[in-house]
Design a protein around this ligand. Structure first.
Ligand code: PMP
Length: 300
């Protein structure tokens, strides 16, 4: 007898107050988020019915919007409710949630004043987990020739829809056969990777660059700093060079989707003993504990 294909659940997208099936979810081609990358967003994660660090994500969304003079016509609580409603509508306990606020629909000119109402949408989908082997073996990365955006041009602290700078670095990485690339700022200091923050461990101390060098204030970065304090790993923000990374004992990247991923080689230089280190392991465990308690719970 023929087996019937398992029915995959319909995915619903929230757009401006309503849910649409994925195939029918669309926004105007005159939306300035699409025409100019004029908008801001957040990428969040839920763990077993707990929306992780949602307050921090919404604070960062508001800071990004403030920096580009975009007034979000909702309260933080409203958007928290939107995220939870989207998760509930899609019956997702463990998910990745993308919340986007664009300048809205305008004309073909740049002028944001022509965009009267911001477009808001939220997508929740199953989280695509990275290959577990990457976490036990660590990854190899290269340095991108593309410089991270100058903070006085487009500040990397703004999580805007304009990701071309990061995409150029990602293309360099994938063209060379690597999964990610380290980005330096215009002075040659380590900024971040194409979609993740960078940490190193040296003589038992944990370091990451301050965000003013040109890095996003990652929510996972913040969580790692908090758990380092908790498990008594000395931490400091520090300007870092490639030389510091080459000579670190351990190195790892942080981001909402990848969480904490060890880096064992940069530009062909083996970092430490070429294996993910003990400090990275301890931080990963402590981060795992945090994802069970730090956020807002919701029911399906
Ligand atoms: N830097 C960049 C450029 C990013 O896009 C991201 C998110 N993917 C991060 C850092 C990590 O931030 P978070 O921990 O908030 O996901």
């Amino acid at each position: 007898m023929k087996k019937r294909a398992a029915k995959t659940a319909e995915n619903y997208i929230f757009i401006n107050g309503k849910f649409f099936p994925k195939a029918e979810a669309s926004i105007s081609v005159f939306d300035h988020g699409l025409l100019y990358g004029d908008g801001v967003f957040e990428g969040m994660r839920s763990y077993n019915g707990l929306l992780f660090r949602i307050e921090e994500h919404l604070d960062r969304l508001w800071e990004s919007a403030q920096a580009i003079l975009l007034k979000i016509p909702y309260s933080k609580k409203d958007l928290q409710d939107v995220c939870i409603a989207t998760l509930q509508k899609n019956k997702l306990k463990d998910a990745y949630i993308r919340l986007v606020v664009t300048r809205g629909t305008g004309d073909l000119g740049l002028d944001p004043r022509k965009c009267k109402v911001p477009t808001i949408f939220a997508i929740a989908d199953k989280i695509e987990l990275y290959d577990p082997a990457l976490y036990s073996q660590g990854i190899e990365i290269i340095t991108a020739a593309t410089t991270r955006n100058h903070p006085e041009a487009i500040n990397p602290c703004i999580k805007s829809l304009n990701y071309l700078n990061n995409i150029l670095a990602k293309i360099e990485a994938t063209n060379a056969g690597y999964c990610d690339a380290l980005m330096l700022n215009k002075d040659g200091y380590v900024a971040e990777c194409s979609g993740a923050n960078v940490f190193i461990v040296k003589e038992g101390n944990l370091f990451t660059p301050p965000t003013y060098v040109g890095a996003l204030k990652g929510i996972t970065r913040g969580a790692i700093i908090d758990v380092a304090k908790k498990i008594k790993i000395p931490f400091q923000e520090k300007i870092l060079t490639r030389h510091d990374l080459f000579n670190a004992e351990e190195c790892f990247l942080t981001g909402t989707a990848a969480e904490i991923i060890p880096v064992v080689k940069l530009d062909g230089r083996v970092i430490g003993n070429g294996k993910p280190g003990e400090t990275t392991h301890s931080l990963r465990r402590a981060f795992g504990d945090l994802t069970r308690v730090d956020g807002v719970r919701y029911k399906i």
